[in-house]
Design a protein around this ligand. Structure first.
Ligand code: SAH
Length: 389
C-alpha cells in the first residue's frame, strides 16, 4: 500500500475524525498513485493516522478507517453489519415499510458508498473509484449480513462517477422481474431502479411525507416537483380531497400515476406536466397546502447566490397564492444552502409576498441518512412547514 504524507500541521482535521483529506493538505508527491488505490495517510513525522481511497481531485483521500489496520473482508462485513443493525434498531423494516437507505456514505463511515434497500433488493451506488473497486467485497458483505432476506443486488454507478471511469450497471446477485413493489408508510410503490432517477425513489422524504399525511384530511393540495408521487400518495391515503401532482417530466408523471393506481383512496388525483415556476405564477384554484420539493438549485458553492434567488422566487409565488390558513411545505436539498440561509430565504419570500407566516416545523433528512458528527457537510436536506395567516 502506498503512503501519503500530510504537510506539517495539516493533521488536525483527521485527528478530529473528519473523513476527507483535501489535496492541499498533502505534502508528498502523489503523481504515481492510481485513482481508487488504498493509501496510508501519515503525518510528516511518519505517524500512520488512517487508511482511505485515493482519487485525484479536491477531495484526495476518503477515509475508511482511522488507524493503519488492514481493510479486509471483515472490515466490509463489520461496517455493513453496523449499518444494517442501525436500520433494524430504527424499526425501518416492517410489513408496512420495506424501503430505507442502508448505507449513507460518510454517515455510515463508508465515504463514497450509497446502498438503498427496496423490499430485499439492494441498489448499490459508488461515488468514488475506490468504492467501485471494492464492489465485490461489498456484495459479499451484503450477502453475509442480510442473508435470506436478500433477493438481489443491483449495481448502479453510472452518472455518479467521473465520466472517464468505465462501469456497467446491472445485477451482481439475483435478478428481479419488473414491476417490483415495495412499501413506505403503508403506501405501495412500484420501484424501478433501472430506469428511475437516482436509485429509483427519494427515500429521504419518508418522515416528511408522514407529517404531510397528518395535515392532509379534507385538504386541496398541490405537490410540485412530485417525481414518483410520494407526497401525493401520503396525502391521498390520509384523506386529502384533491391532490394535484406536478412535474416537468412526463416520465415522472407516469410513475406518479402508476403509483396512484396501486393504492385505494377516496380523494381526487390530477396530474400536471408543467414547469413549476410558470404554474405557480397563476394557480387554477386556491390550495390549502402547497409542497415544494425542487431538485438541488446549487450543486456548487459558486451557484449559491443564484440558488437562493431561485428558492425565494419560487416560494414567494406559492406564498402569494396559498389560501388564508394554508400551509406551505418547502424543501431545499442543496447542500451549500444551509439551514439558516434557507430559513432566511423563506422569510424574505414571505416579506416579499406580503403574507404573515409562522414556522410550524423545521424538517431535515431522516435517521437512515445519518450525519457523521465530524462531517457536517453530510447535512443536505432541510425543510420548513409554514403556516400562512
Ligand atoms: N418530491 C419528490 C422528489 C423530487 S425530485 C419525491 O418525494 O419523490 C425533483 C423533481 O423535480 C424531478 O422529478 C424533476 O423532474 C422535477 N423538476 C425539475 N425541474 C422542474 C421544474 N422546473 N418544474 C417542475 N418540475 C421540475
Amino acid at each position: 500500500m502506498q503512503e501519503i504524507y500530510l504537510r506539517k500541521g495539516k493533521d488536525a482535521s483527521i485527528r478530529r475524525k473528519h473523513p476527507w483529506i483535501f489535496s492541499g493538505a498533502i505534502g508528498s508527491d502523489t503523481s504515481s498513485i492510481e485513482d481508487g488505490s488504498l493509501v496510508r495517510v501519515c503525518t510528516n513525522q511518519q505517524e500512520v493516522l488512517a487508511i482511505g481511497h485515493f482519487q485525484k481531485g479536491s477531495i484526495a483521500v476518503r477515509i475508511l478507517r482511522f488507524s493503519g489496520e488492514e481493510i479486509d473482508q471483515r472490515f466490509w462485513n463489520q461496517r455493513i453489519q453496523a449499518a444494517w443493525k442501525l436500520r433494524m434498531d430504527l424499526g425501518l423494516l416492517t410489513k408496512d415499510n420495506t424501503i430505507f437507505r442502508l448505507v449513507h456514505g460518510e454517515g455510515d463511515l463508508l465515504p463514497g458508498l450509497v446502498i438503498d434497500f427496496y423490499g430485499g433488493v439492494c441498489v448499490v451506488q459508488c461515488h468514488s473509484i475506490g468504492m467501485l473497486q471494492c464492489i465485490m467485497e461489498i456484495v459479499d458483505a451484503l450477502k453475509e449480513v442480510i442473508g435470506g432476506k436478500l433477493k438481489a443486488i443491483y449495481h448502479k454507478s453510472k452518472g455518479s462517477l467521473p465520466r472517464s471511469v468505465e462501469t456497467q450497471d446491472g445485477y451482481l446477485y439475483g435478478s428481479i422481474d419488473m414491476p417490483f413493489y415495495a412499501y413506505e408508510n403503508r403506501v405501495r410503490y412500484s420501484i424501478d431502479w433501472i430506469l428511475g432517477q437516482k436509485t429509483g425513489f427519494f427515500i429521504d422524504q419518508r418522515e416528511n411525507r408522514k407529517l404531510l399525511g397528518q395535515l392532509s384530511k379534507g385538504k386541496k393540495i398541490l405537490n410540485a416537483f412530485c417525481y414518483s408521487g410520494g407526497f401525493s400518495l401520503e396525502a391521498l391515503m390520509n384523506g386529502a380531497s384533491d391532490v394535484y401532482s406536478l412535474d416537468s417530466s412526463e416520465k415522472a408523471i407516469a410513475l406518479t400515476e402508476a403509483n396512484v393506481s396501486l393504492n385505494t383512496f377516496e380523494g381526487k388525483h390530477v396530474s400536471v406536466i408543467a414547469d413549476a415556476m410558470d404554474y405557480l405564477k397563476e394557480l387554477p384554484l386556491p390550495f390549502d397546502i402547497i409542497v415544494l420539493d425542487p431538485p438541488a438549485f446549487a450543486k456548487h458553492l459558486d451557484k449559491k447566490h443564484k440558488a437562493v434567488q431561485g428558492y425565494k422566487r419560487l416560494n414567494a409565488h406559492a406564498l402569494r397564492q396559498i389560501k388564508s390558513g394554508g400551509i406551505l411545505v418547502t424543501f431545499s436539498c442543496s447542500q451549500v444552502v444551509d439551514k439558516s440561509l434557507f430559513n432566511h430565504t423563506i422569510i424574505s419570500a414571505a416579506i416579499e409576498s406580503n403574507r404573515k407566516v409562522k414556522i410550524l416545523y423545521q424538517l431535515h433528512q431522516p435517521a437512515d441518512h445519518p450525519i457523521g458528527a465530524f462531517h457536517p457537510e453530510g447535512e443536505y436536506l432541510k425543510g420548513l412547514v409554514v403556516y400562512v395567516e
